[in-house]
Write a protein that binds this ligand. Structure first.
Ligand code: UD1
Ligand code: CA
Length: 452
């Protein structure tokens, strides 16, 4: 996607976020498996920003590394005197930049890149508005700031709920807080914002009225309520998450993924699923999951950081942890945990296993209850199982260890040494048989009991 002019993004995140009642900075709380603010970084990135500045206050030690990871600089706002004052703190970071500026809120993470681009396009339309404000008409307008605008989207007034008259409060056109302004206009307008209002704060929306006093129009763009829902509390976070999940389920189904009971499946922002894959009820996708085409994922599977290749079958009750790679047409059945391990094409681990730090060759069969003993309390070690090998049930493979191609490990074995290709390894006590012993024992015990 391209924007009309180079642009910079300012993300406001200096608010205290007191209603979260959390030691974790509000914008770092996860939504769809990734920190709220990372949704914004991801969306902004698709538009190719020139510069990104995060305005931080308390908890900045938590935000600095996150900003750095996305190539954003940090501007500190201390004390926090309002949204206009917050944007002003980014001025030094934008020194010399004369493109467009997109103002975003760290706690309003789901704005679509297409909406961001529309705002920038509107700013560069022929009538050249001074400010473009993103608005919505929420079902419950609550305490959002209100926008008094004409039918053509020209803004007459922006007013905070606290300062609004009853008549102004009755309008349902609400300020999302997000704006687009040219850099050279922005800081000049901000310099003229006062704090003579109900909150005693420097309000960013005031720049619209200041531009109007100069005879310059500002324009409003409307978008859907869900896109600009702000998150101030854990309750609001859960509500936004629920809406995100609902939308993503619809999106996957439209893309050719079958969800038997969509309302019970949970996705992460980066979940990828190929067409004709069927996801049964009650499946959880944590971050970092890619699923190929025609895969079947049965109920109660918990999957994160895993690659599941086309035609594979997973679950029910499978746990795939980071680094799991399930090959084409491979099968991971019930109560099998796979961590940092690759199952080759057509390999099977159907029941009750732990497979960690392992490489399982194509077509290998891992019997029920097989455990890769990958950890000695200090270090982790790899297990390698060759193609078409057969591991008998209830075997313990003590890593580091290699079982060769086509080899067979007898059930109940504790394998501590490598097994050669094509060999049979049986590592358990030899079976002993005493003819008639059981019958004699039972007769003796029964007689004893009767004598009491
Ligand atoms: C703000 C808007 C309101 C809009 C609402 C949408 C103002 C004056 N009001 O109100 O019109 O309907 O958002 O959610 O702009 N922040 C700072 N420094 C500050 C104050 C806030 O960085 O000094 C940041 C916050 O971290 C947050 C954003 O700005 O990301 C909004 O702040 P918040 O206090 O939640 O504003 P609202 O009162 O909700
Ligand atoms: Ca807010």
């Amino acid at each position: 996607m391209t924007t009309p002019k180079p642009f910079a993004a300012i993300v406001l995140a200096a608010g205290k976020g007191t209603r979260m009642k959390s030691d974790l900075h509000k914008v770092l709380h996860p939504l769809a498996g990734r920190p709220m603010i990372d949704h914004l970084f991801a969306s902004v990135a698709t538009l190719g920003p020139e510069l990104q500045v995060v305005v931080v206050g308390s908890g900045r030690d938590q935000l600095e590394p996150v900003a750095a990871a996305h190539g954003a600089s940090v501007a500190v706002q201390d004390p926090q005197l309002g949204t206009a004052h917050a944007v002003q703190q980014a001025e030094a970071a934008l020194a010399g930049f004369d493109g467009d500026v997109l103002i975003l809120y760290g706690d309003t993470p789901l704005v679509e890149p297409s909406t961001m681009r529309l705002m920038l396009e509107r700013l560069n339309a022929a009538d050249a508005p001074a400010v473009v404000v993103l608005a919505s008409r929420p079902a419950d307008p609550l305490h959002y700031g209100r926008i008094i605008a004409g039918a053509d989207g020209t803004i007459f007034k922006m007013v905070e709920y606290k300062d609004a008259t009853l008549e102004e409060r009755a309008t349902d056109l609400c300020n999302s807080g997000l704006m687009a302004v040219r850099a050279q206009d922005l800081f000049a307008l901000l310099g003229r914002v006062g704090n003579d209002n109900a909150a005693g704060e420097y309000y960013l929306p005031d720049i619209v009225m200041i531009a109007a006093a100069d005879g310059r129009k500002s324009a409003v763009i409307e978008t859907a309520e869900w896109e600009v829902a702000g998150i101030n509390s854990r309750g609001e976070l859960a509500a936004v998450e629920a809406e995100w999940q609902r939308r993503r389920r619809g999106w996957f189904m439209a893309a050719g993924v079958s969800l038997t009971a969509p309302e019970t499946v949970w996705f992460s922002a980066d979940t990828e699923i190929g067409r004709d894959t069927v996801v049964a009820p009650n499946v959880f996708f944590g971050p970092g999951v890619r699923v190929g085409e025609g895969v079947r994922i049965h109920s109660f599977s918990h999957i994160e950081g895993a690659d599941i290749l086309s035609g594979a079958e997973v679950g029910p009750y499978a746990r795939l942890r980071p680094g799991a790679e399930i090959g084409e047409k491979a099968k991971v059945g019930n109560f099998v945990e796979v961590k940092k391990a690759r199952l080759g094409r057509g390999a099977k681990a159907n029941h009750l296993s732990y497979i960690g730090d392992a490489e399982i060759g194509a077509g290998a069969n891992i019997g029920a209850g097989t455990i890769t003993c990958n950890y000695d309390g200090f270090f982790k070690y790899p297990t390698r199982i060759g193609e078409d090998a057969f591991i008998g049930s209830n075997s313990a493979l003590v890593a580091p260890v290699t079982v060769g191609k086509g080899a067979i490990v007898g059930a109940g074995s504790v394998v501590t040494r490598d097994v050669a290709d094509g060999a049979l390894a049986v590592c358990r006590a030899r079976q002993e048989e005493r003819p008639g012993w059981a019958a004699r024992f039972k007769a003796m015990m029964a007689a004893k009991k009767k004598a009491r």
